[in-house]
Write a protein that binds this ligand. Structure first.
Ligand SMILES: C[S@@+](CC[C@H](N)C(=O)[O-])C[C@H]1O[C@@H](n2cnc3c(N)ncnc32)[C@H](O)[C@@H]1O
Length: 301
């Protein structure tokens, strides 16, 4: 399948796997400190196991049907990071383009190896080098909340979807389906993030590893213990970080760095996300009731 750029690229990297196209970034809706922090993060975390990627992909794409995404679909991922979701989709989609403004695109290249139906592009959400309405399916997982104007970035992504195509996203939830205790624990961790995210690379990774052990693992351990003695999921769901019950320590370390190491993050209620998606030109919006909250898909009008 042939995906064309709408302008010339500024740099071409030839790796052992493929060409990676870099576009000069002419986008004021980007937080460069956050992007650099992600570049470092994905260089550190890119060794995902096949099974882990399958499980993770199944969780996120639970609301995506065959009709929305199949072997004849052209797909764009905005903010592909390590490329784990590109990898999840290579055998499910026709052709996929992964875009990220950070040097994480090289981590994606490594993870994807010689897969032929993937193209990698170094560019940003509000300056995507494609004509509008070029893709059947566009998605962005855990990205738009790290961009200063989340709606503007979402609109730029939706603009690239063909009429009748789909846009899927995951945005950090604003704890709108949680109780007081859960919110209080979470708000305390937000204060911690403000300090940790300012640290330079190595100390930041170390502190986040310590948090993975000291903060994530006690909750994850409790959730696993309750599971082992037969306590129902509906009860275990109330435990903070229950979603990590079936995740490896590697993913937990990665997410700890993601959660505490990122300078800019925003949170949205389901209602706010629905409003942004509608305003961006989507209809028939479906939210998953499952973790991670919130992930949703909508059809381009
Ligand atoms: C939490 S990571 C998610 C990566 C991937 N989607 C995943 O879940 O594995 C966020 C990614 O968004 C990228 N990003 C940050 N600002 C961006 C922007 N303005 N445009 C596109 N991507 C951006 C970062 O470089 C980073 O790789």
């Amino acid at each position: 399948m042939n995906i064309e750029f709408n302008r010339p690229y500024s740099k071409l990297f030839k790796t052992k796997n493929r060409n990676i196209y870099e576009f000069s970034i002419n986008d004021d809706n980007i937080d460069h400190v956050t992007v650099d922090s992600f570049g470092d993060e994905w260089q550190a975390f890119h060794g995902f196991e096949e099974k882990e990627i399958q499980n993770l992909g199944d969780e996120y794409f639970d609301i995506v049907t065959q009709e929305m995404l199949n072997k004849s679909t052209t797909v764009l991922e905005v903010g592909c990071g390590s490329g784990r979701f590109l990898k999840y989709l290579i055998n499910k989609a026709g052709f996929i383009v992964g875009v990220d403004p950070s040097h994480a695109v090289f981590a994606s290249d490594n993870l994807l190896g010689k897969a032929e139906n993937v193209m990698l592009v170094k560019a940003s959400a509000n300056d995507l080098p494609f004509e509008n309405e070029s893709f059947d399916f566009v998605y962005s997982i855990g990205v738009l909340h790290h961009i200063p104007d989340t709606y503007k970035a979402m609109k730029a992504c939706v603009d690239k979807v063909k009429k009748g195509g789909y846009f899927f996203t995951y945005l950090y939830y604003n704890l709108d389906n949680r109780g007081f205790l859960f919110r209080s624990i979470f708000n305390a961790s937000a204060t911690l993030r403000k300090g940790v995210s300012k640290l330079p690379g190595k100390p930041k990774r170390l502190v986040c590893d310590i948090l993975a052990i000291g903060l994530y693992m006690p909750f994850v351990g409790l959730s696993r213990l309750l599971k082992s003695i037969g306590i129902k999921e509906s009860i275990r769901k109330k435990i903070p970080l229950h979603g990590y019950e079936n995740k490896s320590f590697y993913i937990i370390r990665n997410d700890s760095l993601d959660r505490f190491g990122t300078p800019l993050e925003q949170r949205f209620t389901m209602k706010e996300i629905r409003e942004m998606m509608e305003k961006a030109g989507l209809e028939d919006i479906i939210f998953s009731n499952n973790i991670p909250y919130w992930h949703a898909v909508g059809k381009k009008k």
